[in-house]
Design a protein around this ligand. Structure first.
Ligand code: ATP
Ligand code: MG
Length: 358
């Protein structure tokens, strides 16, 4: 059972559209799919034709009390053959606060425990997350091994996604397992040069982390949602159907089970490269670059030492020969390496330092 969380704290980037339509396409290909709607707005529930107000019970019953895990299957509703929904409702907005008051160990793995009770009945569980990284999203990340980050093809969206990747990297330590994170460009309007350039920047920044599939803007996706159906049940030829079918094929084939960014140690012909950052005020220094998918400190060994008042962060990377772009993330702020004169303009503004491994 592959559990995939669809996450981005930015609203309106296509999380719900991706959950409902990827589910529709995977199910049409014969996979058994469960959509878990973790957003109190209940848009995924609505997009799959279920009115949350008609329901007596929803995910709240499963997640609110520590013994609710076994009730997940009861609250699921069948949308079509092979495609079920664990519905949301506005009451889920109260869950965030309720969980916050409970002990850490039991509040973060409610969804994970509930999915364990399904005994592998599904091939895919797609979790539609709300537009914030609160207790519900944390539950989703705890339950998932894979993450899809829909990214609107716009300049400002790229900025926000770096922060999100950093947050996910920080959470990974608390989650206790690795997450394979993939970026899905959405809302793409290929007629504008701006969108084409932005897509090129996204591909350059995220390389293998980025799906080959791009979801184009397509008004039929909105229409399908308002009719409560995945787009492939409405049109065979719409761009939305073609794109989400392509995504389904890519997800099924891509072995997302493996972390998309392999630990750098694993790369063949790698050399050990050491870089150092010195500062007397910083508390937390990480390194992010195209070698680790811009996820701060992913696949990097770190040492911290003191030289008088100054602290020295040593970052040990294992990289095959090539040229790499990177920045330090100093207390959450992305900075050029002050000791490295070699730098290039970055796709999202500012400059990235350059590292050449021979
Ligand atoms: N590729 C697309 N083409 C056209 N419209 C789209 C596309 N993707 C999403 N939309 C529309 O954009 C709006 C926002 O999409 P969606 O609800 O999927 O985003 P979201 O990330 O789930 O938002 P939220 O953060 O509020 O949950 C919806 O009206 C949806 O129908
Ligand atoms: Mg949504």
């Amino acid at each position: 059972m592959r559990v995939i969380a669809i996450v981005n704290q930015k609203g309106g980037c296509g999380k719900t559209t991706t959950a409902a339509n990827l589910a529709g396409c995977l199910a049409r290909d014969g996979a058994r799919v469960l959509v878990v709607d973790l957003d109190p707005q209940a848009h995924a529930t609505l997009a799959l034709g279920i009115d949350p107000e008609d329901l007596d019970e929803n995910l709240y019953e499963v997640l609110a009390d520590p013994g609710g895990a076994g009730r997940l299957r009861e609250v699921c509703i069948e949308h079509a053959e092979n495609l079920l929904v664990a519905p949301s409702g506005i009451v889920l907005s109260a869950l965030e606060q309720r969980l916050a008051a409970e002990p850490v160990e039991s509040r973060t793995d409610r969804l994970s425990a509930a999915l364990d009770q399904l005994n592998g009945e599904f091939d895919y569980v797609l979790i539609d997350c709300p537009p914030n990284v609160g207790m519900l999203t944390f539950n989703a990340l705890r339950a998932a091994r894979e993450v899809i980050v829909p990214l609107e093809t716009s300049f400002f969206a790229i900025h926000g996604v770096q922060k999100l990747l950093e947050t996910i990297a920080l959470l990974t330590e608390r989650i206790g397992h690795d997450l394979a994170v993939r970026i899905l460009p959405t809302l793409y309007d290929g007629r504008t040069r701006y969108a084409r350039q932005t897509l090129a920047q996204i591909r350059e920044m995220f390389k293998d982390m980025c799906f080959d599939t791009v979801i184009r803007q397509n008004v039929k996706l909105r229409e399908a949602a308002s009719r409560g159906k995945p787009i492939n049940a409405v049109s065979r030829t719409a761009h939305g159907t073609i794109d989400y079918n392509a995504l389904a094929v890519e997800v099924a084939a891509s072995g997302l089970e493996q972390p998309a960014v392999a630990p750098t140690e694993a790369l063949e012909g790698s050399r050990e490269v050491v870089v150092r950052f010195r500062d007397s005020a910083a508390n937390d220094v990480r390194i992010a670059g195209d070698f680790n998918g811009w996820v701060p400190d992913r696949g990097v060994r770190s040492l911290i030492e003191a030289e008088g008042q100054t602290r020295v962060w040593t970052k040990i990377l294992s990289l095959p020969p090539g040229t790499y772009e990177y920045r330090y993330v100093v207390d959450g702020e992305w900075r050029e390496d002050p000791d490295n004169p070699e730098a290039v303009s970055s796709a999202v503004g500012g400059r990235n330092s350059l590292l050449v491994v021979r």
